[in-house]
Write a protein that binds this ligand. Structure first.
Ligand code: S3P
Length: 434
């Protein structure tokens, strides 16, 4: 067990309240990266204050991009001045912290630049696979090397690139985005052929910046090299549906609960969670209230219902990948969940299958581990226990939510990692206790 400060989570009777969740992590990263390529300054309102999105800003600054952060009553606004003609060679390694999205997307950004970059990360990121972006970027003309097993540090020596057609080895919005970012500065057309649909914020965001993105019915997404990104935009980031997941599970799991969340992103590639919650018996309603630069936004109400058995099919996994730990926690309140076809969970911020199974089991859950998934049966109430978040924000928050339904308090070690995507998570959760 990692020795670190522990956070104690006590059982709760119910959660009730109305709130906003933190700005979307995936969209924040992309708006900052696209702004760095734009012809002029971009203002991003409600940029994520989570550590991951701050890593992206830090990397852009190290590449000579001017970034101004302004604290607001609810978070942070950011102004980024684009360098469409090229970035400055970095004076040292580009520190991506805990953020796989930063490392993979930035690799695509620097692959066309006439200098070498070294991308590094923390212990968790240093164990994650990078070949999935190295292979296509090398095929476009860049030189890339990494440590054992294709793990960081990732060395990228930029070169003039040419467009390719690439089919990612796994459905991944990060691979897709890295290749399309490189394609913006390559000659000819770059096409990503998705094996299955993944979150489409890159396609929508580039369109907002004035780039012609072509999408075909069979999943081909293309950009032309030399595209100009419009400067002068003022963009706002919707609330993060993946952050919503943890609070939604608390509301769905604890009898007598109801929460209302405003201004949540309701992009169709991010809302599979709400369908699974309904199948699990929760009472979920979503209302579209607006379109923010191509991203649908709305309000969500989640209330407790029956606890039913749910099976998540392999085909559902790519659009639920970040929500599976929270859904595992939901099954500890009753009903059950079976997930297969999700081996990708083993190469996230932690091995999310073994870490989730170990943590929930330590809290008294009835859990099975599969090579590509897990089963959780809520046949008995959790007792609570001592668990380790293993440098993984989504595990810290999943354990916290499961702990609300236990008979005794749960001690979560390394829980501060929640701030990677949800700064203030534990205070928000406490504020919802009824
Ligand atoms: C993300 C894509 C997903 C997701 C991650 C964020 C993104 O990763 O798990 O939290 O913003 O593109 P993969 O693309 O590796 O599946």
């Amino acid at each position: 067990m990692t020795v670190s400060r522990a956070t104690l989570v006590r059982p709760a009777r119910a959660v009730r309240g109305a709130l906003r969740v933190p700005p979307d992590k995936s969209i924040s990263h992309r708006y900052a990266l696209f702004a760095a390529l734009a012809d002029g300054p971009t203002t991003i309102t409600a940029y994520s204050t989570g550590a991951d999105c701050q890593s992206t800003l830090g990397v852009l600054e190290a590449l000579g991009v001017s970034v101004t952060r302004t604290a607001t009553a609810t978070g942070q606004d950011v102004r980024v001045v684009g360098r469409p003609a090229g970035f400055a060679p970095p004076a040292g390694p580009l520190d991506c912290g805990n953020s796989g999205t930063t490392m993979r997307l930035v690799s695509g950004l620097v692959a066309s630049q006439p200098f070498s970059s070294v991308l590094i990360g923390d212990a968790s990121l240093s164990a994650r696979p990078m070949r999935r972006v190295m292979t296509p970027l090398a095929a476009m003309g860049a030189q890339l090397t990494a440590g054992d097993g294709g793990r960081p540090p990732l060395h990228v020596t930029g070169a003039p690139l040419h467009g390719i057609t690439h089919t990612p080895e796994v459905p991944s919005a990060q691979i897709k985005s890295a290749v399309l970012l490189a394609g913006l500065r390559a000659s000819g057309t770059t096409t990503v052929r998705e094996p299955a649909p993944t979150r489409d914020h890159t396609e929508r965001g580039l369109t907002a910046f004035g780039v012609a993105v072509t999408r075909t019915a069979d999943g081909d997404i293309s950009v032309e090299g030399g595209a100009r990104l419009t400067g002068g935009l003022s963009l706002a980031v919707p609330g993060d549906p993946s952050a919503t997941a943890f609070l939604a599970v608390a509301a769905a799991g604890l009898p007598g609960s109801q929460i209302d969340i405003e201004d949540v992103g309701l992009n169709p590639t991010r809302v599979a969670l709400f369908d699974v919650l309904r199948r699990a018996g929760a009472d979920v309603s979503t209302d579209l209230t607006g379109d923010w630069h191509g991203e649908p936004v709305g309000r969500v109400r989640i209330a407790t219902g029956e606890r039913l058995d749910v099976v998540v099919a392999p085909a559902e996994v790519p659009l639920l990948i970040d929500e599976l730990p929270a859904l595992a926690a939901l099954a500890t309140f009753g009903g059950s969940i079976v997930v297969t076809g999700a081996a990708e969970l083993r190469v996230k911020e932690s091995d999310r299958i073994s870490a989730l199974v170990a943590g929930l089991r330590a809290m008294g859950a009835d859990v099975d581990e599969f090579p590509d998934g897990f089963a959780v049966r809520g046949s008995r109430r959790l007792t609570g226990g001592v668990v380790d978040a293993r440098h993984d924000h989504r595990l810290a928050m999943s354990f916290a939510v499961a702990a609300l339904g236990a008979t005794h308090p749960t001690e979560i070690h390394g829980a501060e990692v929640a701030a990677v995507s949800f700064p203030g998570f534990f205070a928000v959760l406490d504020g919802l206790r009824a």
